[in-house]
Write a protein that binds this ligand. Structure first.
Ligand code: FAD
Ligand code: NAI
Length: 463
């Protein structure tokens, strides 16, 4: 008799492992299939965690070299030990992935090691064994999108995975794609001494983020030394002993030119990972972009098969995947699991950071929703001045009639943390007035959020 489960989750990224833990907490017998040697998926192994470790370390290097003198802290001969920095990143990843293994043991989730394949509803094959289950959850995540003419070898032409592993600071790093990965990892290697050029197809960076934030982010990163080639596309990459020669053309039409790079980072988006899962044979429908099609309860068209995280529609974010994992486990337990997609924040961990939640001005205009905007700059905040981090602003958007908070868009120090306040406001259906009347400690960066909320009604105090 094959071993049987209530739920088999395929993929142990933030979507899958969190779903498995929550289902186990709710009393189900759960297995999670993972083919990688460690748990935690893209996020813990080659995504969020290692990139944030390198962002932190490279920011310390940048501060020691260029920012501390302003505070009267002088260093002699600051040097980079890249091997140590990379080793530390490895230690951070290792602690995190082992943490998930511990949580599986604690919650009695069985880790089925190997690649999972759906044989039929209720049947999953892993490493030659067949397991039975009442429910299957597809949580197989995403992978880097390839670009024709630019062949990835993870040495000279890398995806984010290779860009996290470089053993030497490249002389010239060319990044294809001015999105989240390009700007975060471009920042890391620029801080560590590389010349960095970002080639972006559109006329702006970070599409989808608020326009005003994107423009100021571009100016701020340009001041830090990143170079941008907007409205441009790469049509070829020739590798040689001395680097890569890229053919770059204007996005519409024009004369091609060549750009030489020591390393090229391809970061033009990610695509759902469904290869080898047996979806076609099981009859699971995909959408036009290859994502598993689901309804509002994460159910696919095949009864008993569900999907969550990067492999389905929506933002490709770890916390979105996690929340879907929790909601689905609760639905499977007969509860009312739910994700409020209007309150999912997005953060870009450059310095200053970018953070956004809810609707953008562009979206509200397109939807014909009348809104008021309140904006407050970090230059007018005492704590930001004390820190020496005054670039950026917080903008809060509220319904013109009801004052209900609809969105917030921020650029500035630690705004990835500040944005949580507005996620909570949206979750609670709060008004800008509610945020403005909440006492905020002084002197904190959070006071910028309060002042922006006051500014919605034209009554900011410190400007
Ligand atoms: P994944 O994390 O991709 O996990 C899927 C898992 O399924 C993988 O481990 C894979 O090996 C496994 N798998 C696939 N097929 C099979 C199979 N057939 N059998 C068994 N196992 C299988 N998001 C943020 O919110 N914040 C960040 O700061 C952030 N930084 C990022 C930085 C980088 C460089 C990258 C690449 C991504 C980053 N992301 C970030 C995005 C985040 O990593 C993803 O949104 C998140 O990992 C998605 O979770 P998931 O569970 O859907 O899939
Ligand atoms: P992205 O979607 O953020 O950005 C890709 C960029 O490449 C876009 O600006 C797009 O216009 C551009 N582009 C597309 N084709 C191009 C071409 N041929 N030439 C030049 N530019 C081109 O994708 P990215 O940066 O690869 O990241 C993938 C996903 O990973 C993100 O969307 C995000 O969901 C997740 N991620 C999240 C992070 C975070 O939350 N801090 C950090 C890193 C990744």
């Amino acid at each position: 008799m094959p071993e049987s489960f209530d739920v088999i989750v395929i993929g142990a990224g933030p979507g899958g492992y969190v779903c498995a833990i929550r289902a186990a907490q709710l009393g189900m017998k759960v297995a999670c299939v993972e083919k990688r040697a460690t748990l935690g998926g893209t996020c813990l192994n080659v995504g969020c965690i290692p990139s944030k470790a390198l962002l932190q370390s490279s920011e310390h290097f940048e501060e020691a070299k260029h920012k501390m003198a302003e505070h009267g802290v002088l260093f002699d001969g600051v040097k980079l030990d890249l091997a140590r920095m990379q080793a530390r990143k490895g230690e951070v990843v290792s602690a995190n992935v082992k943490g998930v293994e511990f949580l599986f043991k604690k919650n009695k989730v069985t880790w089925l090691k190997g690649a999972g394949r759906i044989l039929a509803p209720g049947k999953v094959e892993v490493a030659g064994e067949t397991y039975e289950t009442k429910n299957i959850v597809i949580a197989t995540g995403s992978e880097s999108t390839p670009l024709r003419g630019v062949e990835v070898d993870e040495k000279q032409v890398v995806t984010s995975t290779g860009a996290l592993e470089l053993e030497k600071v490249p002389g010239h790093l060319v990044v294809i794609g001015g999105g989240v990965i390009g700007l975060e990892l471009g920042s890391v290697w620029r801080r560590l001494g590389a010349e960095v050029t970002v080639i972006e197809f559109l006329d702006r960076l970070v599409p989808g983020m608020d326009n005003e934030v994107a423009k100021q982010l571009e100016r701020t990163l340009a001041k830090q030394g990143l170079k941008f080639r907007l409205k441009s596309k790469v049509t070829g990459a020739a590798k040689g002993a001395n680097g890569v020669t890229l053919t770059v053309e204007p996005a519409t039409s024009g004369t091609p030119e060549e750009i030489k790079a020591d390393v090229v980072l391809l970061a033009i988006g990610r695509r759902p990972h469904t290869e080898g899962l047996g979806l076609a044979e099981a009859g699971v429908a995909l959408d036009e972009r290859g994502r598993v099609k689901t309804d509002a309860h994460f159910a696919t068209n095949v009864p008993g098969i569900y999907a969550i995280g990067d492999v389905i529609a929506g933002a490709m974010l770890a916390h979105k995947a996690e929340d879907e994992g929790v909601a689905l486990a609760e639905i499977l337990a007969g509860q009312a699991g739910h994700v409020n997609y209007a309150a999912i924040p997005g953060v870009i961990y450059t310095w200053p950071e970018v953070a956004s939640v809810g609707a953008t001005e562009e979206e509200l205009k397109a939807a014909g929703i009348a809104y008021k905007a309140g904006k407050f700059p970090f230059t007018a905040n005492g704590r930001a001045r004390a820190m020496g981090d005054v670039d950026g602003f917080v903008k809060i958007l509220a319904d013109a009639k009801t004052d209900r908070v609809l969105g917030a868009h921020m650029l500035g120090p630690d705004v990835g943390t500040l944005v949580a306040e507005i996620s909570l406001a949206i979750e609670f259906g709060a008004s800008a007035e509610d945020v403005a009347r909440t006492c905020h400690a002084h002197p904190t960066l959070n006071e910028v959020v309060k002042e922006a909320a006051l500014a919605v009604d034209g009554r900011a105090l410190h400007i």
